[in-house]
Each structure stands twice: as structure tokens, then as C-alpha cells.
Design a protein around this ligand. Structure first.
Ligand SMILES: Nc1ncnc2c1ncn2[C@@H]1O[C@H](COP(=O)(O)OP(=O)(O)OP(=O)(O)O)[C@@H](O)[C@H]1O
Length: 580
């Protein structure tokens, strides 16, 4: 029989902070106590510790529990690709390999605590090793998506002053083409089977480097990551996240929104370059002792995703709304997701229609969450809570979320305003530190006692937050304020609509009107566009408030999207208004 010993928070604290030998000596430390301790910080019952490092304080503790037989036998990391290759690591193996990678960064690249490294890799296991290696050395990890062009890479290298870049064969030529303009860059590592002139080869370095590494001591507030935002609204900003912010702040996200435990296997399909990868493929699962599952797919293909969900014991699935849309359009009735029990989505609005289809086809709800690169999860429909389709759910601790007006005053339930997080009298420990080298932009996020997200929303009487749109995307037509999300959600209910983006368009009488850009479902491509336009306008009038209907409709082949796959309404809006 397993004996549970309940420890007080200070006891847990002492144990978690103690060096490994005394931790070994403590026979009764249980998985639940690691989670409860970090949860208590998220719940504001405890302050974050002065020193914190995710590698030594979380991953190495799970490794110890694993050795002691106190964690379920599933791996810490489980990776597959389309060629049938597979990698499985326990926490111990993750510790061993990431310690080697840490030595490579310090020795072969000569990097030190505080230096920055840009890692542009597809979903290969090395991405996770390098991420953890950076934690171990205190090097600041900056991830980029493989879709970056030479111009994007140059911008990122110059803006961040990174001293090292690590990439694959695909992007090496692009990096080489911009090197003359990157005065801070000192070393380049290639992740490849073959060698390349002027590059260190990670595989070769692994073969010759020791795994004997002592994790550096990092203060909770030391920078751990820099993330470039998606750039949906402008030039990407560099968001600095500290060791404790992302390292501890995702406990609640993982435990309550993603419903993770040490027995769970979580698959988050996000690209490594997007912040969602840090959320759902690193911090939230690992702080809860869960297994991170990755399928390295060059492209999101619904049939392959559905097949993977059927063949592997994945319990928890996270993907973008667009991906859920593609999955339900593909049709899932012939698949059986035997182990799947919890699904989450975020990053973009999730149309209630897609949620309903998912429920019909899989029997599962999609739990929507909302957050930003600058934050951890701000709101979510957590397990056990009544889900209100189309809402972002309720505020997640430690955030106090409010809807505020232009002066920072809290608005009553039902009134639209800016979605904001309280930062006075105390800034939450899990809010970004700053936009790197951009104090003006950092200061501009503050209004009165609040951090302003830049999104508009409404809070209902029960505390659920409803997304109206990004502040810049709101359409003001004849005095009506219209959020694109509601119109897009109405449009997607029509079988002709595969995807849509709704923006404002100039109008001589009304000032601006609603315009919908629509990608048609294949079966409707050859239909008469004028008739379709009338049908769609009538459909929107039928399913939502008539003033929202799109007075203009344009059918297009594809919507402009960021590298993270988010719709760039700004591009369409600028086109409408004749702006560059
Ligand atoms: N569940 C959701 N529903 C609607 N929108 C969401 C949801 N989750 C996130 N978002 C949107 O994504 C934004 C956060 O995305 P991210 O941090 O990647 O930067 P971005 O805003 O896309 O890029 P940039 O700041 O460069 O324009 C939120 O501010 C919000 O507009």
C-alpha cells in the first residue's frame, strides 16, 4: 500500500530547493507535492522562490521520482515522424542528453549565462534538448519557425543580438546570406546528418561531449526566453519571459485547463517557433510530470493527425482552431481515439460551430483558453466548469482579469471594453518582464492599475469573458461596433464557407462597412458568385444580428496568415483602405 505523507508548504519548499542528495534522502516526497507546491505559487498562497531553474527544480526532480518508482512508467518525451522513426526518453535520459547539450553550448560555442541563442528547427528532438540546455546554462533561448525567410532571420539576429544560431540544412543557406550583417553572431550549429563548412555539427559534438554538467543558479526573475510575437498586428516584438514566469506560471494551465497528471500524454501540434509550443510542449506538461508527445509532420494533414490520435495513447490534445476546423471538415466518424479524454484550443477564436461538430464526431468538448506571448493562460474553460461555447472561460489564477474603459476603470458586466490584467498593487510573477529594448512599447501596455492586452471583450454576470476582437480589428459601421469574430462564426455555419476573415472597408455613406473575405469549400467553388453572395448575406442576417451582415463579400483562394498560421486581418484591411 502506498503511504501518503502530507507535508506543509514550507516543508515542500525546503525539499524542492535542497540539493539532490538530501532530496534523495527524503523518502516520502511524492509527485503530487511537486505539483501542489508550484500550484500554491500560482494561487498566490506562496511567493515564487528567489532562485528557480526549471531544469534542476522541476525536470531533475521528476527524474528522481522516476528513479524512485514514484512516477508512472510513461516516458517524459515521445517523438515520432512520418518515416516511422521514434524517440522515447525518460526524465533521466532527458537530463543526461540536455546536460551534454549544455556543455556543447558552453564549451564549443563559448556561450555564457545571459547570452542569447536563436534556435530555428522543425519539431526535432534536438529542439527540446537545446531548450533544456539553455535553462541549465542560463542562456536565453529564442525560438523561430522554420518558415522564416532570410529577411526574418536577419531581423531576429540583429534585434536580439544573439551570439549563436542553431538550424537545419533547410535554413542554413538563408542564414549564410545574412551573416555579413550580423556583427553579434559568434557561432553556428547545424542539426544535420552531414557536415557543412563554417558550421559546428550538433551530432558530432554530442559524440565527443561529456554529460557531466552542473546546472547554473538562476534567479526567478532572470530572463529565460525571448519570444517574437506572431506579428499579427505589426512588426514582431521581443517578449522577455523569466525563469519563474513561464517555468512556474504554467502549473495551473497544465493542471486545470489541460487537465494533466503524471499519467497523461499530451500532444500539442504547435510549430516550435510559436509560443504555444513552450506552453503545451514544454512547461505545462512537464511541470505536471506528464509526457510530451510530438509528431513531426511537415504539414498539418487531418488524415495523419486523426491516424496518430487513433494509434497512440494520447490523452490530451491541443491544436489551433483552424486545425480543429480542418479535422471536422475531414470527418472523424471512421476513427476511434481510444485514449483521448481532453481537448484544448487557443491562440485564435474558436467558432462554436466547430466545437459542436467536434463534440458530435468525437464525443469530447474542446476547452478553449486565451492568452498571449506576454502572459500565461489568462482565461480558460477549465475541466469541470460549465463550458459556454464561444467564450474564453474565466480568469485563471494568479490573474485578476477585468474589462476596463479608456481610463482604466473597471466596466460592469455586459459592457464591452479592453481585456486587462491587474498589475497594481502587485504585478503577477507570470507576466512578461518587458519588450526587449523597447521601453515605450512596454510602458504603453499599462493603463492605470492594469496591463492592457490589446483585445476587446465583455465579461458576463458569471465572470466568463467573451472575445470581441483585437482592438485594431473592431469595425465601426454607422455607430455600430462589430467584432469580426461574431460575423466569422456566423459565416462558418454555412456549408459554402471553408474559412473567412472579416474586416472594415470604406463606404461613402456609412464611413466603414463589414467586408468578408471568404475561402469557399471545394464543392462551392464553381457556384455563381453573385448568388452565393446574396445567400451568405441572408444567412448571416438569419443567424446573428442583421446589422452585422457583410455588405461586401470577396471570394479568395487563401487568407493571409502569419507564420504561426494566424489570420492577418490587418493585411486585408490595409488593402481595403489603400494603405501600404
Ligand atoms: N482563445 C482565443 N480567442 C481569440 N483570440 C485569441 C485566443 N487566444 C489568443 N488569441 C489572440 O492571440 C493573441 C496573442 O497572440 P500572440 O501572443 O501570438 O501575438 P499576436 O498578437 O498574434 O502578435 P502581435 O502582438 O505581434 O500582433 C491574443 O492577444 C488574442 O488576440
Amino acid at each position: 500500500m502506498r503511504i501518503f505523507v502530507k507535508l506543509s508548504i514550507p516543508q515542500c519548499l525546503r525539499i524542492l530547493r535542497s540539493p539532490c542528495r538530501s532530496f534523495h534522502g527524503y523518502h516520502r516526497l511524492l509527485a503530487s507535492q511537486i505539483i501542489s507546491y508550484y500550484d500554491s505559487i500560482n494561487q498566490c498562497e506562496n511567493e515564487p522562490p528567489e532562485y528557480f531553474n526549471f531544469a534542476s527544480d522541476v525536470l531533475d526532480k521528476w527524474s528522481q521520482l522516476e528513479k524512485d518508482g514514484r512516477r508512472p512508467a510513461n516516458p517524459a518525451f515521445w517523438w515520432i515522424n512520418d518515416e516511422g522513426e521514434e524517440v522515447r526518453w525518460s526524465f533521466e535520459e532527458l537530463g543526461f542528453l540536455s546536460s551534454k547539450a549544455a556543455n556543447i553550448l558552453s564549451e564549443a560555442c563559448g556561450l555564457q549565462k545571459g547570452d542569447k541563442v536563436i534556435v530555428v528547427l522543425p519539431r526535432v528532438p534536438e529542439w527540446w534538448l537545446l531548450n533544456v540546455a539553455c535553462m541549465r546554462t542560463g542562456i536565453v533561448f529564442i525560438s523561430g519557425t522554420s518558415q522564416l525567410t532570410a529577411k526574418d532571420i536577419l531581423y531576429r539576429l540583429q534585434a536580439s543580438k544573439a551570439k549563436c544560431i542553431i538550424t537545419s540544412d533547410t535554413l542554413a543557406p538563408a542564414v549564410e546570406s545574412v551573416i555579413p550583417d550580423c556583427q553579434f553572431l559568434k557561432s553556428k550549429i547545424i542539426v544535420s546528418k552531414g557536415s557543412r563548412d563554417g558550421w559546428l555539427n550538433l551530432k558530432e559534438l554530442f559524440a565527443m561531449t561529456s554529460a557531466n554538467h552542473k546546472c547554473v543558479k538562476t534567479r526567478s526573475q532572470d530572463p529565460m526566453l525571448v519570444y517574437f510575437t506572431s506579428g499579427s498586428t505589426g512588426f514582431p516584438k521581443m517578449v522577455v519571459q523569466s525563469h519563474s514566469s513561464y517555468g512556474i506560471g504554467f502549473t495551473v494551465t497544465g493542471r486545470y485547463w489541460m487537465n494533466l497528471t503524471p499519467s497523461d500524454i499530451m500532444w500539442n501540434t504547435s510549430d516550435t517557433g510559436w509560443v504555444k509550443s513552450a506552453w503545451g510542449s514544454v512547461f505545462a506538461p512537464w511541470i505536471n510530470g506528464s509526457c510530451v508527445f510530438i509528431h513531426n509532420m511537415p504539414q498539418f494533414k487531418p488524415a495523419i493527425v486523426a491516424d496518430t490520435l487513433s494509434r497512440y495513447p494520447i490523452t490530451t490534445f491541443c491544436t489551433a482552431p483552424t486545425a480543429y476546423r480542418m479535422l471536422v471538415q475531414h470527418g472523424l466518424s471512421s476513427y476511434k481515439f481510444m485514449s483521448l479524454k481532453h481537448c484544448v484550443s487557443g491562440g485564435e477564436p474558436l467558432n462554436p460551430e466547430v466545437m459542436e461538430q467536434w463534440k458530435i464526431q468525437t464525443g469530447l468538448n474542446i476547452h478553449e483558453g486565451y492568452g498571449q506571448t506576454e502572459t500565461v493562460t489568462i482565461c480558460a474553460n477549465v475541466k469541470g466548469m460549465k463550458i459556454k461555447p464561444g467564450s474564453l472561460g474565466k480568469a485563471l489564477p494568479p490573474y485578476d482579469v477585468q474589462i476596463v474603459d479608456d481610463h482604466g476603470a473597471i466596466l460592469p458586466a455586459g459592457e464591452e471594453g479592453d481585456i486587462a490584467v491587474r498589475i497594481q498593487p502587485k504585478r503577477p510573477f507570470c507576466l512578461f518582464s518587458q519588450y526587449l529594448d523597447n521601453p515605450e512599447k512596454t510602458a504603453a501596455t499599462v493603463r492605470g492599475n492594469f496591463y492592457i492586452t490589446g483585445d476587446r471583450g465583455i465579461m458576463d454576470e458569471e465572470g466568463y469573458v467573451w472575445f470581441v476582437g483585437r482592438s485594431d480589428d473592431i469595425i465601426n459601421s454607422s455607430g455600430y461596433r462589430i467584432g469580426p469574430f461574431e460575423v466569422e462564426s456566423a459565416l462558418i455555419q454555412h456549408p459554402a464557407v471553408s474559412e473567412s476573415a472579416v474586416v472594415s472597408s470604406p463606404d461613402p455613406i456609412r464611413g466603414e462597412v463589414v467586408k468578408a473575405f471568404i475561402v469557399l469549400a471545394p464543392a462551392f467553388v464553381s457556384h455563381d458568385p453573385e448568388k452565393l453572395t446574396r445567400d451568405l448575406q441572408q444567412h448571416v442576417k438569419n443567424v446573428t444580428a442583421p446589422y452585422m451582415y457583410p455588405r461586401k463579400i470577396e471570394f479568395i483562394q487563401a487568407l493571409p496568415k502569419t507564420v504561426a498560421g494566424k489570420i492577418q486581418r490587418k493585411v486585408l484591411r490595409n488593402k481595403e483602405w489603400g494603405r501600404a
